[in-house]
Design a protein around this ligand. Structure first.
Ligand SMILES: [Zn+2]
Length: 154
């Protein structure tokens, strides 16, 4: 999987999510159709009834999720219309509905450039969880420095 960079969102994503068993051709086509149908309204600014039929109760925005050509992992469409905050809701939706008979391994790593934090998105059964990986070290240092300042000034 490549690592899409969304400069406007200030988030770098890398990693991979493997699927077992491999997706069927139909499941791969359905993921592709949902991604295409949900992208079009974002581009044209027109509603799509098709995406509601393909994915009832789906999250807002375009689905970034498609399959790799072999059907063994989830891949992310890095179209510029994909919003960073649509990644997790769509993944939750898909693993809880269309992909409920599959299990996943691996993780997606999110590096938030502004917050300087790492988190990992993993799939546990049919639930998506986000776990902090690294805490911002300079914040801890900053708090310690501020805490020390009154003592230094005494
Ligand atoms: Zn694959």
């Amino acid at each position: 999987m490549h690592a899409p960079l969304h400069p406007s969102d200030g988030v770098v994503i890398s990693g991979a999510l493997q699927i077992a068993p491999h997706l069927s051709r139909d499941a791969m086509d359905l993921l592709q159709a949902i991604a295409a149908a949900s992208l079009r309204p974002a581009v044209d600014d027109t509603p799509s009834a098709l995406v509601d039929q393909l994915a009832p109760g789906h999250p807002d925005g375009p689905s970034p999720w498609v399959s790799c050509p072999e059907g063994c992992c989830l891949d992310m469409n890095d179209d510029t219309y994909i919003r960073i905050d649509a990644i997790e809701p769509w993944l939750s939706y898909l693993v809880g509905t269309l992909l409920v008979d599959h299990s996943f391994s691996g993780a997606l790593m999110f590096w938030d450039c502004a917050e300087r934090t790492f988190s990992a998105l993993v799939i546990d059964g049919t639930r998506v969880c986000r776990k902090p990986v690294l805490r911002r070290r300079d914040r801890t240092r900053g708090q310690r420095a501020r805490a020390l300042r009154p003592i230094e000034s005494v």
